[in-house]
Design a protein around this ligand. Structure first.
Ligand code: F0G
Length: 361
């Protein structure tokens, strides 16, 4: 039997640095550390569009399908590649969970040590498990994210460790590629981009991406940037620091965001709006995405959809809207178990008739 070359039915995705190389600050000699992140699906969500009640198109950018389950992989492929290029041997970050998982995965893949500081007791189980299994050195502090970020900032100034939080400019360079993908998929920028805000790096990165594509005539408009914070951790919306931020969306439990001013600039430049959504609104959107659209995201991500529904009266007829789903639902199995709709029947005898009866037959 002779082997014939298989016909290529599609080109394998090379990871976002190779895909968008001309738009990124990399050179031929940059060592690319990649897990082939990016190229995540833009999925129509008709049940959410129907809630708005007018002729609108709503999509979610499901960035929870990245290699470590969140959008942080986009930033980390760039940050770790550039750290390695500069000769770094170790990286450090503060994290509510996802950054630590991504930093750990990419650092280890690139042969660097990863140190992560997390707020003890406030990181979802899946994220903590990831950081540990990828081989990061995890330090849980008796404090919140903002305090952890302050320590790692100072640490990177004093010791030979590279900071890979979103104050590292390469993080945003990588994350902006999600805006490129949205325009590549839609053929233009959406009318609105709805996005959760924590440290406000991602909203800044998306705006950079849309503006860069616009300058290069890849889209002929720019979206209104609609940013949403959890009501218990809404410093940018309220205009003051939250010394003790609280929300069950632990990913965005941040009281003093590092990219605060930049987020305000994005809002102003895009004629956008920022609003707070309550935990109850976040959970309602989370359940709706899972049970009506078949899309399982983590609670912080559902803030983008909760926010859209909150301001649905303002959506123009005919609008195209993209909500960013930043992280995978599997990250936080504890919240998922609390939120499941009561359809979990336990202790059933292993008999056909009994099972049929439970099923209502
Ligand atoms: N959604 C998820 C799932 C996140 O993990 C984060 C931030 C955000 C949204 C907010 O993005 O900070 O760029 O505004 N997580 C960081 C972390 C803080 O440590 O993983 P942002």
């Amino acid at each position: 039997m002779s082997l014939t070359a298989a016909k290529t039915v599609h080109n394998a995705w090379p990871g976002l640095i190779e895909a968008y190389r001309p738009f990124l600050p990399v050179s031929a000699t940059t060592p690319v550390v990649t897990l082939h992140e990016g190229n995540t699906p833009l999925i129509p969500v008709p049940a959410i569009a129907a809630e708005i009640g007018r002729q609108v198109q709503v999509f979610v950018k499901y960035d929870g399908l990245n290699p470590t389950g969140s959008f942080k992989d986009r930033g980390m492929t760039m940050a770790i590649s550039k750290a390695k290029e500069a000769g770094a041997k170790a990286v450090i970050c503060a994290s509510t969970g996802n950054t630590s998982a991504a930093a750990a995965a990419y650092a280890r893949r690139g042969g660097l040590r990863a140190f992560v500081l997390i707020p003890e007791g406030y990181v979802a189980l899946g994220k903590l498990a990831q950081a540990l299994v990828y081989g990061a050195e995890v330090m849980a502090i008796k404090g919140n994210f903002d305090q952890a970020l302050e320590i790692v900032r100072q640490m990177s100034e004093t010791y030979p460790v590279t900071l890979v939080n979103s104050v590292n400019p390469y993080r945003l360079e990588g994350q902006k590629t999600s805006a490129f993908e949205i325009v590549d998929a839609l053929g233009n920028a959406p009318d609105w981009l709805c996005i959760p805000m924590g440290n406000a790096g991602n909203i800044t990165a998306y705006w950079m991406g849309f503006c860069q594509y616009h300058e290069q005539d890849r889209c002929d408009r720019l979206p209104r940037m609609m940013g949403f914070q959890a009501a218990g951790a809404a410093p940018i919306v309220a205009g003051h620091i939250f010394p003790q931020p609280e929300t069950l969306a632990t990913a965005i439990r941040i009281g003093n965001p590092a990219n605060w001013e930049r987020a305000i600039a994005v809002k102003d430049a895009s004629q956008g709006q920022f609003h707070a959504v309550t935990d109850a609104e976040i959970l309602a959107a989370y359940r709706m995405l899972a049970s009506q659209e078949g899309i399982f995201c983590e609670p912080a991500s559902a803030a983008s959809v909760a926010g859209l529904l909150k301001v649905k009266e303002q959506v123009p007829t005919g609008a195209t809207i993209v909500c960013v789903l930043t992280g995978n639902g599997l990250k936080d199995p504890e919240i998922a178990m609390q939120q499941q709709g009561g359809q979990f029947h336990q202790g059933i005898l292993p008999e056909l008739e009994t099972v049929a009866k439970v099923m209502g037959f």
